[in-house]
Design a protein around this ligand. Structure first.
Ligand code: SF4
Length: 84
């Protein structure tokens, strides 16, 4: 493993130095219809739960392999271990 590779537990993409991926996700979220998109309060609440979760590492959910900042943006989506 490279010495430069930093493992950031409980970090979302915006905190783990992967802003390029987050920019792409933000563009995709912006294209969701109001019916598909989580309201801001729901979205923020979901991400706060992820921040406390041991499965979150470098902005990725180790339980399902998704980026929670994208997954949580869809109102119909659920956490794979039912935390939200
Ligand atoms: S989606 Fe669920 S399992 Fe994955 S990091 Fe968030 S709270 Fe944890």
């Amino acid at each position: 493993m490279s010495e430069n590779l930093r493992i950031c537990r409980r970090c979302l993409l915006t905190e783990s130095g992967r802003e390029d991926i987050m920019r792409d996700i933000e563009q995709r979220i912006a294209k969701l219809s109001p019916d598909e998109k989580s309201p801001a309060e729901l979205y923020g609440g979901r991400l706060e739960i992820c921040r406390q979760c041991d499965f979150l590492e470098n902005g990725t959910c180790l339980k399902c392999g998704c980026y929670p900042q994208f997954r949580a943006a869809f109102i119909k989506n659920k956490c794979p271990v039912k935390r939200w």
